[in-house]
Design a protein around this ligand. Structure first.
Ligand code: FAD
Length: 394
Protein backbone atom coordinates (compact mmCIF):
# COMPACT_ATOMS: atom_id res chain seq x y z
CA UNK A 1 0.00 0.00 0.00
CA UNK A 2 1.26 3.48 -0.89
CA UNK A 3 0.87 6.32 1.61
CA UNK A 4 0.64 10.04 0.81
CA UNK A 5 -0.50 13.16 2.62
CA UNK A 6 -2.80 13.92 -0.30
CA UNK A 7 -4.32 11.78 -3.04
CA UNK A 8 -6.08 13.55 -5.90
CA UNK A 9 -8.52 11.59 -8.10
CA UNK A 10 -8.22 13.01 -11.62
CA UNK A 11 -5.25 14.46 -13.53
CA UNK A 12 -7.43 17.05 -15.25
CA UNK A 13 -7.23 20.83 -14.98
CA UNK A 14 -8.41 21.05 -11.37
CA UNK A 15 -6.51 18.00 -10.10
CA UNK A 16 -3.14 18.98 -11.58
CA UNK A 17 -3.43 22.55 -10.29
CA UNK A 18 -4.39 21.37 -6.83
CA UNK A 19 -1.63 18.74 -6.73
CA UNK A 20 1.10 21.21 -7.70
CA UNK A 21 -0.12 23.78 -5.15
CA UNK A 22 -0.13 21.20 -2.33
CA UNK A 23 3.23 19.78 -3.45
CA UNK A 24 4.88 23.22 -3.24
CA UNK A 25 3.67 23.38 0.39
CA UNK A 26 5.75 20.30 1.14
CA UNK A 27 2.90 17.77 1.09
CA UNK A 28 3.48 14.36 -0.43
CA UNK A 29 0.94 14.18 -3.26
CA UNK A 30 -0.22 11.46 -5.65
CA UNK A 31 -2.52 12.27 -8.57
CA UNK A 32 -4.27 9.22 -10.00
CA UNK A 33 -5.96 9.08 -13.38
CA UNK A 34 -7.42 6.22 -15.35
CA UNK A 35 -6.37 7.78 -18.68
CA UNK A 36 -3.26 7.09 -20.73
CA UNK A 37 -2.49 10.83 -20.73
CA UNK A 38 -2.92 13.63 -18.21
CA UNK A 39 -5.28 16.51 -19.04
CA UNK A 40 -7.16 14.76 -21.84
CA UNK A 41 -9.97 17.34 -21.85
CA UNK A 42 -7.46 20.17 -21.94
CA UNK A 43 -5.93 18.59 -25.04
CA UNK A 44 -9.20 18.60 -27.00
CA UNK A 45 -10.44 21.94 -25.66
CA UNK A 46 -10.83 25.10 -27.68
CA UNK A 47 -10.47 23.21 -30.96
CA UNK A 48 -7.03 21.94 -29.82
CA UNK A 49 -5.83 25.40 -28.73
CA UNK A 50 -7.40 25.46 -25.23
CA UNK A 51 -9.30 28.61 -24.29
CA UNK A 52 -7.50 28.52 -20.95
CA UNK A 53 -9.06 31.53 -19.24
CA UNK A 54 -11.11 34.66 -19.81
CA UNK A 55 -9.74 38.10 -19.00
CA UNK A 56 -13.18 39.26 -17.90
CA UNK A 57 -13.91 36.41 -15.47
CA UNK A 58 -16.43 37.42 -12.80
CA UNK A 59 -18.65 35.39 -10.42
CA UNK A 60 -21.63 36.33 -12.65
CA UNK A 61 -20.21 34.09 -15.39
CA UNK A 62 -21.07 30.97 -13.39
CA UNK A 63 -24.23 28.99 -12.71
CA UNK A 64 -24.35 27.76 -9.14
CA UNK A 65 -27.25 27.39 -6.74
CA UNK A 66 -25.38 29.70 -4.35
CA UNK A 67 -24.13 32.53 -6.59
CA UNK A 68 -21.68 33.69 -3.87
CA UNK A 69 -19.87 30.35 -3.65
CA UNK A 70 -17.29 31.03 -6.40
CA UNK A 71 -16.38 34.53 -5.18
CA UNK A 72 -13.70 33.47 -2.71
CA UNK A 73 -11.69 31.15 -4.98
CA UNK A 74 -11.97 33.42 -8.04
CA UNK A 75 -10.64 36.36 -6.06
CA UNK A 76 -7.82 34.40 -4.43
CA UNK A 77 -6.53 32.94 -7.70
CA UNK A 78 -7.62 35.14 -10.57
CA UNK A 79 -7.39 34.90 -14.36
CA UNK A 80 -4.36 37.22 -14.09
CA UNK A 81 -2.61 34.80 -11.74
CA UNK A 82 -3.03 32.07 -14.35
CA UNK A 83 -1.81 34.42 -17.09
CA UNK A 84 1.28 35.12 -14.92
CA UNK A 85 1.88 31.39 -14.62
CA UNK A 86 1.73 30.75 -18.38
CA UNK A 87 3.86 33.85 -18.99
CA UNK A 88 6.52 32.49 -16.65
CA UNK A 89 6.59 29.33 -18.78
CA UNK A 90 6.89 31.41 -21.96
CA UNK A 91 3.55 30.31 -23.43
CA UNK A 92 2.66 32.00 -26.70
CA UNK A 93 -1.03 32.92 -26.62
CA UNK A 94 -3.51 35.27 -28.23
CA UNK A 95 -6.72 37.12 -27.43
CA UNK A 96 -9.89 36.23 -29.28
CA UNK A 97 -13.25 37.94 -28.91
CA UNK A 98 -14.93 38.58 -25.56
CA UNK A 99 -11.78 38.27 -23.43
CA UNK A 100 -11.02 34.67 -24.43
CA UNK A 101 -7.34 33.62 -24.35
CA UNK A 102 -6.08 30.73 -26.51
CA UNK A 103 -2.69 29.02 -27.02
CA UNK A 104 -0.97 30.03 -30.27
CA UNK A 105 0.35 26.51 -30.85
CA UNK A 106 -1.43 23.75 -29.05
CA UNK A 107 -3.36 22.85 -25.90
CA UNK A 108 -0.49 20.45 -25.20
CA UNK A 109 1.46 23.53 -24.03
CA UNK A 110 -0.97 23.98 -21.12
CA UNK A 111 -0.69 20.31 -20.13
CA UNK A 112 3.11 20.59 -20.33
CA UNK A 113 3.06 23.62 -18.02
CA UNK A 114 0.90 21.82 -15.45
CA UNK A 115 3.00 18.64 -15.62
CA UNK A 116 6.19 20.70 -15.21
CA UNK A 117 4.68 22.43 -12.18
CA UNK A 118 3.77 19.02 -10.72
CA UNK A 119 7.29 17.74 -11.34
CA UNK A 120 8.88 20.81 -9.71
CA UNK A 121 6.51 20.41 -6.76
CA UNK A 122 7.50 16.74 -6.37
CA UNK A 123 4.02 15.41 -7.20
CA UNK A 124 3.63 11.83 -8.44
CA UNK A 125 1.22 11.66 -11.38
CA UNK A 126 0.20 8.05 -11.98
CA UNK A 127 -1.79 7.27 -15.12
CA UNK A 128 -3.77 4.15 -16.17
CA UNK A 129 -4.99 3.88 -12.59
CA UNK A 130 -8.73 3.74 -12.05
CA UNK A 131 -10.00 4.49 -8.57
CA UNK A 132 -12.57 1.81 -7.83
CA UNK A 133 -13.56 2.29 -4.21
CA UNK A 134 -12.94 4.73 -1.38
CA UNK A 135 -13.37 4.14 2.35
CA UNK A 136 -12.48 5.98 5.54
CA UNK A 137 -10.60 4.57 8.51
CA UNK A 138 -8.90 6.05 11.58
CA UNK A 139 -5.78 6.89 9.51
CA UNK A 140 -7.68 8.83 6.85
CA UNK A 141 -8.91 7.70 3.43
CA UNK A 142 -8.22 4.37 1.80
CA UNK A 143 -8.46 3.87 -1.97
CA UNK A 144 -8.71 0.64 -3.97
CA UNK A 145 -7.48 1.20 -7.49
CA UNK A 146 -6.80 -0.91 -10.56
CA UNK A 147 -3.13 -0.35 -9.71
CA UNK A 148 -2.87 -1.10 -5.99
CA UNK A 149 -4.12 0.55 -2.81
CA UNK A 150 -3.48 4.04 -1.46
CA UNK A 151 -3.85 5.66 1.95
CA UNK A 152 -3.99 9.43 2.55
CA UNK A 153 -4.92 12.10 5.08
CA UNK A 154 -6.64 14.29 2.51
CA UNK A 155 -8.59 12.99 -0.45
CA UNK A 156 -9.30 15.46 -3.27
CA UNK A 157 -11.99 14.44 -5.76
CA UNK A 158 -11.28 16.16 -9.09
CA UNK A 159 -12.89 13.51 -11.27
CA UNK A 160 -14.80 15.93 -13.51
CA UNK A 161 -18.32 15.59 -14.90
CA UNK A 162 -20.08 13.20 -17.25
CA UNK A 163 -19.33 14.79 -20.61
CA UNK A 164 -17.38 12.93 -23.27
CA UNK A 165 -17.63 9.39 -21.85
CA UNK A 166 -15.09 8.39 -24.54
CA UNK A 167 -12.49 10.40 -22.58
CA UNK A 168 -13.02 8.49 -19.35
CA UNK A 169 -15.79 10.48 -17.66
CA UNK A 170 -17.08 8.50 -14.68
CA UNK A 171 -19.66 9.19 -11.97
CA UNK A 172 -17.21 8.23 -9.21
CA UNK A 173 -17.11 11.75 -7.75
CA UNK A 174 -20.88 11.80 -7.26
CA UNK A 175 -20.78 8.27 -5.81
CA UNK A 176 -18.11 9.28 -3.28
CA UNK A 177 -20.17 12.35 -2.32
CA UNK A 178 -23.27 10.21 -1.76
CA UNK A 179 -21.26 7.64 0.17
CA UNK A 180 -20.35 10.42 2.64
CA UNK A 181 -23.94 11.72 2.76
CA UNK A 182 -23.32 14.86 0.68
CA UNK A 183 -26.13 16.05 -1.57
CA UNK A 184 -25.58 15.85 -5.33
CA UNK A 185 -27.74 18.10 -7.53
CA UNK A 186 -29.25 16.42 -10.62
CA UNK A 187 -26.87 16.47 -13.59
CA UNK A 188 -27.54 17.36 -17.24
CA UNK A 189 -25.44 18.18 -20.28
CA UNK A 190 -24.69 21.89 -20.74
CA UNK A 191 -22.84 24.02 -23.31
CA UNK A 192 -24.38 21.59 -25.77
CA UNK A 193 -26.08 21.85 -29.20
CA UNK A 194 -29.87 21.59 -29.46
CA UNK A 195 -31.61 18.92 -31.51
CA UNK A 196 -34.81 19.91 -33.31
CA UNK A 197 -38.18 18.19 -33.80
CA UNK A 198 -38.48 16.39 -37.16
CA UNK A 199 -40.65 19.11 -38.73
CA UNK A 200 -38.10 21.82 -37.87
CA UNK A 201 -35.24 19.60 -39.05
CA UNK A 202 -37.02 19.25 -42.40
CA UNK A 203 -37.71 23.00 -42.57
CA UNK A 204 -34.05 23.88 -42.14
CA UNK A 205 -32.61 20.97 -44.06
CA UNK A 206 -30.12 22.57 -46.46
CA UNK A 207 -29.07 25.36 -44.08
CA UNK A 208 -26.44 23.17 -42.38
CA UNK A 209 -23.23 25.21 -41.90
CA UNK A 210 -24.98 28.61 -42.05
CA UNK A 211 -24.39 30.95 -39.11
CA UNK A 212 -26.19 34.17 -38.08
CA UNK A 213 -25.19 36.75 -35.46
CA UNK A 214 -28.15 36.82 -33.01
CA UNK A 215 -29.30 37.67 -29.52
CA UNK A 216 -30.61 34.43 -28.02
CA UNK A 217 -32.75 34.49 -24.85
CA UNK A 218 -34.04 31.79 -22.53
CA UNK A 219 -37.45 31.80 -20.83
CA UNK A 220 -35.76 32.99 -17.62
CA UNK A 221 -34.47 35.98 -19.59
CA UNK A 222 -30.78 35.17 -19.77
CA UNK A 223 -29.43 36.43 -23.12
CA UNK A 224 -26.28 35.89 -25.19
CA UNK A 225 -25.18 37.86 -28.26
CA UNK A 226 -23.11 35.56 -30.50
CA UNK A 227 -23.54 33.38 -33.58
CA UNK A 228 -26.05 30.57 -33.99
CA UNK A 229 -25.14 27.77 -36.38
CA UNK A 230 -27.51 25.47 -38.28
CA UNK A 231 -26.32 21.85 -38.19
CA UNK A 232 -27.75 18.71 -39.73
CA UNK A 233 -29.08 17.72 -36.29
CA UNK A 234 -30.35 21.09 -35.12
CA UNK A 235 -28.81 24.29 -33.80
CA UNK A 236 -25.35 24.96 -32.41
CA UNK A 237 -22.88 27.87 -32.35
CA UNK A 238 -21.69 29.80 -29.30
CA UNK A 239 -25.00 31.57 -28.58
CA UNK A 240 -26.86 28.24 -28.57
CA UNK A 241 -24.24 26.49 -26.40
CA UNK A 242 -24.45 29.35 -23.91
CA UNK A 243 -28.25 29.36 -23.70
CA UNK A 244 -28.37 25.54 -23.39
CA UNK A 245 -27.10 25.94 -19.80
CA UNK A 246 -30.24 27.96 -18.98
CA UNK A 247 -32.73 25.86 -20.98
CA UNK A 248 -35.06 23.21 -19.60
CA UNK A 249 -36.85 20.47 -21.55
CA UNK A 250 -40.08 21.72 -23.11
CA UNK A 251 -39.07 25.40 -23.09
CA UNK A 252 -38.70 27.59 -26.17
CA UNK A 253 -35.82 29.95 -26.90
CA UNK A 254 -36.30 33.38 -28.40
CA UNK A 255 -33.88 34.44 -31.13
CA UNK A 256 -33.55 38.07 -32.16
CA UNK A 257 -32.27 37.61 -35.70
CA UNK A 258 -31.62 41.34 -36.18
CA UNK A 259 -30.25 42.56 -32.84
CA UNK A 260 -28.73 45.77 -34.26
CA UNK A 261 -31.74 46.87 -36.33
CA UNK A 262 -35.37 47.88 -35.84
CA UNK A 263 -37.06 46.02 -38.66
CA UNK A 264 -40.28 48.06 -38.73
CA UNK A 265 -38.19 51.23 -39.29
CA UNK A 266 -36.14 49.50 -41.96
CA UNK A 267 -39.31 48.37 -43.78
CA UNK A 268 -40.57 51.98 -43.66
CA UNK A 269 -37.35 53.14 -45.35
CA UNK A 270 -37.60 50.37 -47.97
CA UNK A 271 -41.19 51.45 -48.71
CA UNK A 272 -39.96 54.98 -49.29
CA UNK A 273 -36.79 54.26 -51.27
CA UNK A 274 -37.63 51.10 -53.25
CA UNK A 275 -41.39 50.57 -52.93
CA UNK A 276 -41.71 47.93 -55.66
CA UNK A 277 -38.90 45.74 -54.39
CA UNK A 278 -40.04 42.40 -52.92
CA UNK A 279 -39.83 41.84 -49.18
CA UNK A 280 -37.82 38.71 -49.98
CA UNK A 281 -35.11 40.64 -51.83
CA UNK A 282 -34.99 43.36 -49.18
CA UNK A 283 -34.62 40.83 -46.33
CA UNK A 284 -32.03 38.85 -48.31
CA UNK A 285 -29.75 41.88 -48.07
CA UNK A 286 -29.60 41.60 -44.28
CA UNK A 287 -30.04 37.85 -43.66
CA UNK A 288 -28.94 34.73 -45.60
CA UNK A 289 -31.05 34.39 -48.76
CA UNK A 290 -31.66 30.64 -48.34
CA UNK A 291 -33.10 31.24 -44.88
CA UNK A 292 -35.46 33.95 -46.17
CA UNK A 293 -36.57 31.70 -49.04
CA UNK A 294 -37.58 28.99 -46.56
CA UNK A 295 -39.66 31.46 -44.54
CA UNK A 296 -41.34 32.77 -47.73
CA UNK A 297 -42.02 29.25 -49.04
CA UNK A 298 -43.69 28.18 -45.80
CA UNK A 299 -45.61 31.51 -45.78
CA UNK A 300 -44.22 32.55 -42.42
CA UNK A 301 -43.75 35.94 -44.10
CA UNK A 302 -45.67 37.27 -47.15
CA UNK A 303 -44.29 37.14 -50.67
CA UNK A 304 -45.12 40.73 -51.62
CA UNK A 305 -43.59 44.00 -52.73
CA UNK A 306 -42.80 46.12 -49.66
CA UNK A 307 -45.30 48.84 -50.65
CA UNK A 308 -48.12 46.24 -50.53
CA UNK A 309 -47.56 45.31 -46.90
CA UNK A 310 -50.32 46.29 -44.47
CA UNK A 311 -49.46 47.85 -41.10
CA UNK A 312 -50.53 44.63 -39.36
CA UNK A 313 -48.22 42.61 -41.61
CA UNK A 314 -45.31 44.99 -40.91
CA UNK A 315 -45.80 44.55 -37.18
CA UNK A 316 -46.01 40.75 -37.57
CA UNK A 317 -42.84 40.64 -39.68
CA UNK A 318 -41.04 42.87 -37.16
CA UNK A 319 -42.07 40.62 -34.27
CA UNK A 320 -41.23 37.46 -36.21
CA UNK A 321 -37.59 38.43 -36.84
CA UNK A 322 -36.94 40.08 -33.49
CA UNK A 323 -38.53 37.24 -31.53
CA UNK A 324 -38.09 34.09 -33.62
CA UNK A 325 -39.28 31.27 -31.37
CA UNK A 326 -37.74 27.82 -31.57
CA UNK A 327 -38.70 24.91 -29.35
CA UNK A 328 -35.80 22.45 -29.24
CA UNK A 329 -36.55 18.74 -29.09
CA UNK A 330 -33.63 18.19 -26.68
CA UNK A 331 -29.85 18.43 -26.62
CA UNK A 332 -27.12 16.27 -28.09
CA UNK A 333 -26.37 15.13 -24.51
CA UNK A 334 -23.13 14.24 -22.79
CA UNK A 335 -21.60 12.88 -26.00
CA UNK A 336 -20.89 16.39 -27.36
CA UNK A 337 -21.52 18.64 -24.35
CA UNK A 338 -18.62 20.68 -23.00
CA UNK A 339 -19.71 20.55 -19.36
CA UNK A 340 -22.04 18.95 -16.84
CA UNK A 341 -24.59 21.10 -15.09
CA UNK A 342 -25.27 20.03 -11.49
CA UNK A 343 -23.04 17.89 -9.31
CA UNK A 344 -21.84 18.01 -5.72
CA UNK A 345 -23.96 20.60 -3.91
CA UNK A 346 -21.77 23.57 -2.97
CA UNK A 347 -23.79 24.01 0.24
CA UNK A 348 -21.95 20.89 1.40
CA UNK A 349 -18.51 22.47 0.81
CA UNK A 350 -16.44 25.27 2.31
CA UNK A 351 -16.07 27.98 -0.34
CA UNK A 352 -12.57 28.75 1.04
CA UNK A 353 -11.10 25.24 1.09
CA UNK A 354 -13.58 23.04 -0.84
CA UNK A 355 -13.57 20.61 2.11
CA UNK A 356 -16.83 18.77 2.73
CA UNK A 357 -18.47 20.17 5.86
CA UNK A 358 -19.61 16.68 6.89
CA UNK A 359 -16.38 14.77 6.07
CA UNK A 360 -13.07 16.13 7.32
CA UNK A 361 -10.23 15.63 4.85
CA UNK A 362 -12.53 15.08 1.84
CA UNK A 363 -12.48 17.78 -0.87
CA UNK A 364 -14.32 18.29 -4.20
CA UNK A 365 -13.00 20.68 -6.88
CA UNK A 366 -13.57 21.50 -10.54
CA UNK A 367 -16.41 20.20 -12.66
CA UNK A 368 -17.56 17.52 -10.23
CA UNK A 369 -19.06 20.35 -8.17
CA UNK A 370 -22.29 21.97 -9.30
CA UNK A 371 -20.47 25.08 -10.59
CA UNK A 372 -20.78 25.57 -14.37
CA UNK A 373 -19.13 28.40 -16.24
CA UNK A 374 -20.18 30.11 -19.43
CA UNK A 375 -18.47 29.23 -22.68
CA UNK A 376 -15.24 31.21 -23.13
CA UNK A 377 -12.51 29.95 -20.77
CA UNK A 378 -14.55 30.32 -17.59
CA UNK A 379 -14.65 26.59 -16.84
CA UNK A 380 -10.89 26.24 -16.88
CA UNK A 381 -10.54 29.35 -14.72
CA UNK A 382 -12.82 27.75 -12.12
CA UNK A 383 -10.73 24.55 -12.32
CA UNK A 384 -7.53 26.58 -11.68
CA UNK A 385 -9.08 28.71 -8.91
CA UNK A 386 -10.77 25.84 -7.06
CA UNK A 387 -7.62 23.72 -7.49
CA UNK A 388 -5.40 26.38 -5.91
CA UNK A 389 -7.83 27.12 -3.04
CA UNK A 390 -7.95 23.42 -2.19
CA UNK A 391 -4.22 22.87 -2.70
CA UNK A 392 -3.54 25.62 -0.14
CA UNK A 393 -5.83 23.93 2.40
CA UNK A 394 -5.14 20.18 2.21
P1 FAD B 1 -11.62 16.81 -16.08
O1 FAD B 1 -10.75 17.65 -16.93
O2 FAD B 1 -12.77 16.12 -16.70
O3 FAD B 1 -10.67 15.74 -15.37
C1 FAD B 1 -11.18 14.68 -14.62
C2 FAD B 1 -10.21 13.52 -14.70
O4 FAD B 1 -10.64 12.51 -13.78
C3 FAD B 1 -10.18 12.87 -16.07
O5 FAD B 1 -8.85 12.92 -16.56
C4 FAD B 1 -10.64 11.44 -15.82
O6 FAD B 1 -9.92 10.49 -16.60
C5 FAD B 1 -10.35 11.25 -14.34
N1 FAD B 1 -11.20 10.24 -13.70
C6 FAD B 1 -12.56 10.17 -13.69
N2 FAD B 1 -12.96 9.10 -13.01
C7 FAD B 1 -11.83 8.47 -12.56
C8 FAD B 1 -11.58 7.30 -11.79
N3 FAD B 1 -12.57 6.54 -11.33
N4 FAD B 1 -10.30 6.95 -11.54
C9 FAD B 1 -9.27 7.69 -12.00
N5 FAD B 1 -9.44 8.81 -12.72
C10 FAD B 1 -10.71 9.19 -13.00
N6 FAD B 1 -13.44 24.85 -20.83
C11 FAD B 1 -12.83 26.03 -21.00
O7 FAD B 1 -12.72 26.82 -20.04
N7 FAD B 1 -12.27 26.39 -22.22
C12 FAD B 1 -12.34 25.56 -23.31
O8 FAD B 1 -11.77 25.86 -24.38
C13 FAD B 1 -13.05 24.33 -23.17
N8 FAD B 1 -13.22 23.51 -24.24
C14 FAD B 1 -13.83 22.30 -24.06
C15 FAD B 1 -13.99 21.47 -25.17
C16 FAD B 1 -14.58 20.22 -25.02
C17 FAD B 1 -14.78 19.34 -26.22
C18 FAD B 1 -15.01 19.79 -23.73
C19 FAD B 1 -15.61 18.42 -23.52
C20 FAD B 1 -14.87 20.63 -22.63
C21 FAD B 1 -14.30 21.89 -22.77
N9 FAD B 1 -14.17 22.77 -21.70
C22 FAD B 1 -13.56 23.98 -21.88
C23 FAD B 1 -14.61 22.40 -20.32
C24 FAD B 1 -13.37 21.92 -19.52
O9 FAD B 1 -12.70 20.93 -20.28
C25 FAD B 1 -13.78 21.33 -18.17
O10 FAD B 1 -14.58 22.25 -17.47
C26 FAD B 1 -12.54 21.00 -17.34
O11 FAD B 1 -11.76 20.06 -18.04
C27 FAD B 1 -12.91 20.43 -15.99
O12 FAD B 1 -11.73 20.09 -15.33
P2 FAD B 1 -11.72 19.00 -14.17
O13 FAD B 1 -10.30 18.87 -13.78
O14 FAD B 1 -12.72 19.34 -13.15
O15 FAD B 1 -12.23 17.65 -14.86
Amino acid sequence: MKEFDVVVIGAGAAGLMCGATAGYRGKSVAILDMGKKAGRKILISGGGRCNFTNENTKPENYLCRNPHFVKSCLSRYTQFDFIDLVDRHGLAFHHKTLGQLFCDNSAQDIVDILMTECEWAGVEVTLRTEVLKVSKNEDGYYLNTSNGDYQCQSLVVASGGLTMPKLGATPIGYQIAEQFNLAVLPTTAALVPFTLHDHDKQRFDGLSGMSIDCLVSSENEQSFRENILFTHRGLSGPAILQISSYWQAGQAVSINLLPDLTLSELIASWRQNSPKKSLKNCLSEILPKRFIEILINEQAIPDKAVNQLTHTEIKQIHDYFHNWMIKPNGTEGYRTAEVTLGGVDTDELSSKTFEAKKAKGLYFIGEVTEVTGWLGGYNFQYAWSSGVACGLAV
